[in-house]
Design a protein around this ligand. Structure first.
Ligand code: G1P
Ligand code: ZN
Length: 544
């Protein structure tokens, strides 16, 4: 056993959230850097002697090297077994699935989600607990504290290299390493949830689809599930070979970054259905022919149509959405007599609700949707759920969405991001709005009466933990909302997210462009925040 002493602090002041540690590859390549993080994890998660650890990643550059380091350290630290995806591949939801299925103690997932990959780009690592979900704050805080004074890590004196290219079991010191099929456990789970026969029939008809894996981790999953199991044609899958630099792209499935897919779905010979997933496979974007489904609407529509899928046939227990996600799901929950929980931003807040069976479906406006089948959001799951609904209902994506609006009303919705603004300016904006809470209360803005303004605070109904300052909410009596929130994931300066929402029950007014429908709220948000003034910007960096 090797005790290696040196003193870099992996986080260098960056406190990790549940998305773990994300840094440039070059930073991770420094001697001892990754090792320090991994040892800090092992020192913070309790007694795992004799237990199983799951390891896998999104296939980005440095993935294979990192896995060898982790395997050797896991052996030196006393794990009995490591399950690792073949060629080091496990999508984030597949890792969650494998952790749960094999009763692992936890897992290390190697990914920086949708951030670009390659020798000069990002790498990342995060720890998931036994329920398959991101480590809660208690553990990430402990990991952080550990990294501040770590001075040694344990690994094998003579490193052993494991061949990750073949499914096989080998021995690393006292520990066994099983290289497992990256896809099969996850594929089996998907097959147990959805009506594969109905989807197969749909795909054998003249229905056409296009799935874009963006050269990231979902390629192999899409090939097995969509193509081999469900019969999708070869040309309906694009960018499905995972590349260590994601082909130089930015695999974030939204209207800006998934441009190739958007162009196809808005093109002349557009297929009926389009979808994309991100770097590590947890996000999704859903498109119809010349039609975009907002993630907030997608959650509401999945909930309203849940009974079409075998797994949710008996009904769902409840729905949870993050605070900035539109209230479309609330209206479905209301109609179904279900509870709808409003949580702070971040998937970790859904964990307790799912573990205690309070909710079945969860979603975020940031292209994240999922259910209690795993404890991560799940991109391909959302794609299969949509295909299941399309197969059962036999209507187009656009028809399903507009019928939904007709029944429940439409929640016009948009998010405006101001990225990389100076931190001081971002704080000024937030303070400026806070300073007006009293005077705004009950006043008229954009022709609507303000009901209340506050800093969103959340008490977890299961463990009673309280999370304060989760975003500023301006709530109007007619259900409209303006929300200001600072991003927790940005890497440069601060990112201000402005979320806008208004409700339209009148069917004749549901066909507008969202930016037009929200125009008066957009103007009002500037008047109360002076956002563009303080940040010296004339428009958002990204509009979704
Ligand atoms: C963003 C999204 C949030 C998501 C997170 C991790 O966080 O807004 O919904 O959970 O990425 O994927 P933010 O940068 O807003 O803190
Ligand atoms: Zn992701």
């Amino acid at each position: 056993m090797n005790i290696n002493t040196q003193a870099t602090t992996p986080f260098e002041g960056q406190k990790p959230g549940t998305s773990g540690l994300r840094k440039k590859v070059k930073v991770f390549q420094q001697p001892g850097y990754l090792e320090n993080f991994v040892q800090s994890v092992f020192d913070s998660i309790g007694d795992f002697q004799g237990q199983t650890l799951v390891v896998g990643g999104d296939g980005r550059f440095f993935n294979p090297e990192a896995i060898q380091i982790i395997i050797n350290m896991a052996a030196a630290n006393g794990f009995a077994r490591v399950l690792v995806g073949q060629n080091g591949i496990l999508s984030t939801p597949a890792a969650s699935c494998v952790i749960r299925k094999y009763g692992a103690f936890g897992g290390l997932i190697l990914s920086a989600s949708h951030n670009p990959a390659g020798p000069d780009e990002d790498f990342g690592i995060k720890y998931n607990i036994a329920n398959g979900g991101p480590a809660p704050e208690k553990i990430t805080d402990a990991i952080y504290a550990k990294t501040e004074n770590i001075n040694a890590y344990k690994t094998l004196a003579t490193p052993i290299h494991v061949d990750l290219s073949q499914q096989a079991i080998s021995q690393v010191a006292e520990m066994s390493v099983e290289v497992i099929d990256s896809v099969s456990d996850y594929a089996e789970l998907m097959q147990s949830l959805f009506d594969f026969d109905a989807i197969r029939t749909l795909l054998a008809s003249d229905f056409r689809m296009c799935f874009d894996a963006m050269h990231a981790v979902t390629g192999p999953y899409a090939k097995v599930i969509l193509q081999d199991m469900l019969g999708a044609s070869t040309d309906s899958l694009i960018n499905c070979t995972p590349l260590e630099d994601f082909g130089g792209g930015h695999p974030d499935p939204n209207l800006t970054y998934a441009k190739e897919l958007v162009d196809i779905l808005y093109g002349e010979h557009a297929p009926d259905f389009g979808a994309a997933s991100d770097g590590d496979g947890d996000r999704n974007m859903i498109l119809g022919k010349h039609f975009f489904v907002t993630p907030s609407d997608s959650l509401a529509i999945l909930a309203a149509n849940a009974k079409t899928a075998p797994a949710y046939k008996a009904g769902i227990a409840g729905i949870a959405r993050s605070m900035p996600t539109s209230g479309a799901a609330d209206r479905v929950a209301d109609a179904l007599g279900l509870d709808c929980y409003e949580t702070p931003t971040g998937w970790k807040f859904f964990g307790n609700l799912m573990d205690s069976d309070k909710v079945t479906l969860c979603g975020e406006e940031s292209f994240g949707t999922g259910s209690n089948h795993v404890r991560e959001k799940d991109g391909l799951w959302a794609v299969l759920f949509w295909l299941n609904i399309l197969a059962v209902r036999g209507q187009s994506v656009e028809n399903i969405v507009t019928e939904h609006w007709k029944k429940f009303g439409r929640n016009y919705y948009s998010r405006h991001d101001y990225e990389a603004v100076p931190t001081d300016a971002a704080n000024q904006v937030m303070e400026h709005v806070r300073g007006q809470f009293k005077s705004l209360q009950g006043s008229i803005l954009a022709g609507r009466k303000i009901q209340t303004c506050d800093d969103f605070s959340y008490t977890d109904p299961v463990d009673q933990s309280v999370s304060n300052n989760q975003g500023i909410r301006i709530l109007f009596e007619d259900g409209s909302r303006i929300i200001f929130r600072l991003s927790g994931t940005g890497t440069q300066g601060a990112t201000i997210r402005l979320y806008l929402e208004s409700y339209e029950g009148d069917v004749s007014k549901q066909g507008m462009d969202a930016q037009d429908a929200l125009a008066d709220l957009i103007i009002a948000s500037e008047s109360i925040s002076k956002l563009q003034h303080f940040t010296n910007r004339s428009k958002p960096t990204v509009i979704t």
